[in-house]
Design a protein around this ligand. Structure first.
Ligand SMILES: *Cc1c(COP(=O)(O)O)cnc(C)c1O
Length: 472
């Protein structure tokens, strides 16, 4: 134990030194050959080594090559820096090392609180037991879609768990053209078939067109297909768009569809002072996926799925027959009765610590600050002569493109495709690209609490400099 105590003190210093050095270093840097080889090709060690010596290797070969998301000028994908509270408690969760499948211990009790707090933060109803932490929103989506599939079967008079999907009429699901790929993955995995996945067009602000949704549903009904599930986005990855949740809830109600909201990234955006009007209706969802490891900054990994009714997921996943449930001892049962995972890690400690450290006020400040910066970036883009804004800012993502003076449209397209990698290589800012309405786009997602307006100026200047490099 003395060995661990000594090395632990060194590790604490290493963590603090690393985090303090991040803003002054490159956002990202390529891994040189020697370190690449060290990281990829070390042989299996025959004998062990002292703990402290492991730290030297981490300092020399691991910490210098981050993905970049700890840096205030990281604007790529949807990846936040780790919350200090999450970093602090991660080793304590490992020291306790419970399985949060169930049982009577701190891990499961605290997960109940973490889930309840997350629901309350975003204004989603929370009957006890109606949610659990997951590896991420991809797993949250699988849990939600499986639950919806089970309910649809029951409504039709069959039990999907018992008979599978054999010889039943197809179930159709609806999602917008901007929905995250994890929905398609979940549909394919659950045997629903991507053939029955309907892509609803979006409007000019990249929000689901609910009239088109109604038309697609009507066509399926005419064709003998059972519409059963619609998913809306509260914050798309491409532009941060928020679908009109209340309108979609209404369509779902009319047609007896399960209404799922993907708030993996954007559910917290409801806390912004100018929260997008689309959020009204969030509380009407049958299920909501949100990722504490995105905007909230809980260190990876941590997702969450919330339900209006805890009976749904339990009916879908529990292998404990109702007559064996000891309702007096623990009416909610085990977390493993609500999802596919058995041994489950103590994610709740990182969620609890992050929320306890920031408080509701601190979280709202973070959301407001980052959404304001995304709008500021949009204003800078619009005021410039050489950038175009490609979408309104609904959350903390700005989608735009670079259009240097007197450049032909074909060249602008090729330039914007090449820009993200070129900006990343320069190491002073990091952003990623996407495609919007068929053209190459740049997108900046602001999640870091220490990002400033100066960092936005650097970002645009770095894009200009990278463009000069590429066209030279
Ligand atoms: C990140 C994200 C997902 C996928 O979640 P994981 O945590 O990566 O599994 C789904 N939807 C949206 C909108 C996301 O931002």
């Amino acid at each position: 134990m003395d060995d661990l105590r000594r090395a632990g003190r060194s590790a604490a210093d290493l963590v603090a030194d690393h985090l303090a050095a991040v803003p002054g270093g490159p956002v990202w840097r390529p891994v040189p050959d020697a370190d690449r080889s060290w990281l990829s090709h070390r042989p299996l060690p025959a004998t062990g080594r002292p703990l402290e010596s492991l730290l030297h290797d981490i300092r020399d070969h691991v910490l210098p090559y981050p993905m970049g998301n700890g840096h205030p000028r990281f604007f790529g994908w949807v990846n936040s820096p780790p919350s200090p509270a999450g970093v602090l408690v991660a080793p304590l969760a490992a020291a306790l090392n419970p399985s949060c499948a169930g049982g009577d211990h701190a891990g499961v009790l605290l997960e109940r609180t973490a889930v309840r707090w997350l629901a309350e933060l975003v204004g989603y109803p929370h009957p006890p037991g109606a949610g659990l932490l997951t590896s991420g929103a991809s797993m949250a989506t699988i849990v939600a879609l499986a639950t919806a599939r089970q309910r649809a079967g029951r409504r039709e008079g069959w039990d999907v768990r018992e008979s599978g999907l054999y010889r039943h009429r197809p179930l159709a699901m609806y999602l917008s053209a901007e929905a995250h790929s994890c929905l398609r993955k979940a549909a394919e995995l659950l045997g629903l078939g991507s053939r029955y996945l309907r892509t609803v067009p979006v409007d000019g602000a990249f929000r689901m067109d609910t009239d088109a949704l109604r038309r697609l549903i009507a066509a399926d009904v005419d064709a003998g297909v059972r519409p059963f599930f619609v998913t809306a986005s509260a914050g798309t990855v491409n532009t941060g768009a928020v679908d009109p949740l209340a309108d979609i809830a209404e369509v779902a109600r009319e047609h007896d569809l399960w209404f799922h909201v993907d708030g993996a990234y954007g559910a917290l955006g409801v806390l912004a002072e100018e929260a997008d009007s689309g959020y009204a209706g969030l509380g009407l969802a049958d299920s909501l996926a949100l990722d504490p490891h995105k905007w909230l900054g809980v260190p990876v990994d941590c997702g969450c799925v919330l339900f209006r009714d805890p009976a749904g997921p339990r009916d879908t996943f529990s292998l404990v027959p109702p007559y064996l449930r000891d309702d007096d001892a623990d009416e909610l049962g085990w977390f493993s009765e609500y999802g596919p995972e058995q041994t489950r890690s103590f994610r709740a400690l990182r969620v609890w610590a992050t929320i306890a450290h920031l408080g509701r006020d601190g979280i709202a400040r973070l959301v407001r600050r980052t959404t304001r910066l995304a709008r500021t970036l949009a204003a800078m883009v619009e005021a410039s002569g050489d950038f175009d804004l490609l979408a309104p800012v609904a959350t903390s993502i700005t989608a735009f493109r670079h259009r240097p003076a007197a450049m032909a449209p074909g060249e602008v397209e090729a330039l914007n495709q090449a820009l993200p990698a070129a900006v990343q290589r320069r190491g002073r800012a990091f952003l990623t690209g996407t495609r919007l309405s068929g053209t190459a786009a740049l997108r900046a997602c602001v999640l870091h609490p220490a990002t400033t307006e100066d960092d936005l100026v650097v970002l645009l200047d770095e894009i200009r400099a990278a463009a000069k490099e590429l066209t030279a």
